[in-house]
Design a protein around this ligand. Structure first.
Ligand code: PLP
Length: 446
């Protein structure tokens, strides 16, 4: 056999100094697959072309390039510079680092997640968290499941299986990829009773629709869009007054907003006070904790949901429950001072963000600080923009700059607007300022 086909052993490539660090990132067997595939392809090429020759260095470089691409697939750190505070593609709300640390031992060692130490018997999973959430929201009881989509589904399944659910046409929304209210209703075997129009629904629409078959009235926060102009829908308080007491009024709030000043819509506490029997929201949107679906409200209803056989399929594990518990305790102990990630960032004065932007570009030519508004994202406050500042520059070759920003150790994800790259400092941590600054210096020379 011709010598040139004996390229190099897969194992030898894998043990190469530049390749070895990737074992930790993508695993050795996956790296081995890439090397084998690459070597096979090269052998094919050599077979078809007598004049070709590959040096050992060429081969290593090629393998490294392919492995490096694969190394971007595992969950890795990125810097969110998109101007969208909780970007669903970038992990929504980061978890408070202090809370993460305090939950570490509970997760890396055994714990009492389902063991009652006082009674020395099996305990109820999440029981104390439910007490904490009730305290925080003023609800009678609470329940936690894997995410808010699961919360909505489980509520429907518990109360509306084969029965009617009244939903306004303006609230039959799609949130993110694949969560559509009418589809969820169908999957839960609930019969959708549509009322009102896209922009207007009034009390009479609700009273007319309520029959002996009505199992539930569902209000959904239109998390990712806003209709402006001639828009009307009754408050939860008004609704509660006209709905018979035995029919639950459920509000899918979505975002998990506790600070009522943040927007004039109804949020968790006001919804409960106003008369919603159950309110559900995500754990990792404005609430700024882990992915979870939190249901708060009437004890009797919560207990029905808890007893549903599907509850077992939607229950959370120790990681979620322990972090949520710490989060709620921190919120309770700081009497509203500790807000989540988004609420904290939104409170920073734009002038401070401007100073941060100026600090990042100080002495680097070609960049400027401009006024640019930001949004919360993650399906929280649609079409609401907050004044802020951003770094802007117009590169000669925008594509190569964007590629470079994605190819570095910790990718920086910017926003592209026409021929400008926009970097929003609001979500850049202070300890990352030097890193971003150094990248901008390099970019200048591309
Ligand atoms: C985000 C959202 C959901 C889905 O919540 P997940 O936590 O993503 O499952 C459902 N309803 C509303 C109103 C939302 O905003």
């Amino acid at each position: 056999m011709n010598n040139k086909f004996n390229l190099i052993q897969t194992n030898a490539v894998l043990e190469y100094e530049s390749i070895k660090p990737y074992h930790k990132i993508i695993s050795r067997p996956i790296a081995a697959d890439i090397v084998r595939e690459t070597l096979n392809k090269l052998r094919e090429e050599l077979k078809n072309n007598d004049n070709l020759h590959y040096s050992k260095e060429d081969i290593i470089k090629l393998c490294e390039k392919k492995i490096k691409e694969k190394a971007n697939l595992p969950i890795k750190r990125v810097i969110n510079a998109t101007g969208t505070i909780m970007h669903t593609n970038l992990g929504r709300s980061p978890i408070d680092a202090e809370i993460w640390d305090s939950a570490k031992e509970l997760n890396t060692k055994s714990n009492n997640i389902e063991y009652n130490i006082n009674k020395q018997t099996r305990g109820k999973r999440g029981e104390f968290l439910h007490t904490l959430l009730s305290k925080l929201t003023g609800a009678e009881d609470a329940l936690v499941v894997n995410n808010n989509a699961a919360a909505v589904f489980l509520i429907l399944k518990t109360f509306a299986n084969n029965k009617e659910v009244i939903v306004s046409r303006g609230e039959q929304v799609q949130i993110g990829g694949g969560f559509r209210i009418p589809d969820i209703l169908r999957e839960a075997n609930a019969k959708l009773v549509e009322i009102g129009t896209t922009n207007i629904v009034d009390i009479k629409d609700y009273t007319d629709a309520i029959t002996e078959n009505t199992a539930m009235v569902l209000k959904v926060h239109t998390s990712n869009f806003k209709i402006r102009g001639f828009v009307k829908s009754p408050s939860l308080k008004k609704l509660r007054e006209i709905i018979p007491n035995n029919i639950p009024l459920v509000y899918d709030e979505g975002a998990g907003i506790f600070d009522e000043n943040i927007s004039e819509e109804e949020h968790i506490k006001s919804a409960l006070k106003g008369g919603a029997d159950l309110v559900c929201f995500s754990g990792d949107k404005i609430f700024s904790s882990v992915q979870a679906g939190i249901i708060v409200g009437k004890k009797e209803y919560i207990s029905n949901i808890y007893k549903h056989p599907l509850m077992r399929a939607f229950r959370c594990g120790k990681t979620v429950l322990s972090i949520l518990e710490k989060n709620v305790i921190k919120r309770l102990n700081t009497e509203g001072k500790f807000k989540g990630y988004s609420e904290t960032l939104l409170r920073i004065k734009p002038e401070i963000i401007k100073q941060k932007a100026l600090k990042i570009i100080e002495g680097i030519e070609g960049f400027e600080v401009i006024e640019e508004s930001i949004e919360t994202g993650g399906g929280a406050m649609p079409d609401t923009f907050y004044p802020s500042y951003a770094i802007s520059f117009k590169p000669k070759n925008i594509k190569s700059i964007i590629n470079y920003m994605h190819s570095i150790d910790i990718p920086i994800i910017p926003k592209v607007k026409k021929d400008s790259v926009i970097i929003y400092p609001i979500t850049i941590n202070d300890e990352d300022i030097d890193y971003v600054r150094n990248i901008l210096i390099k970019i200048k020379n591309i």
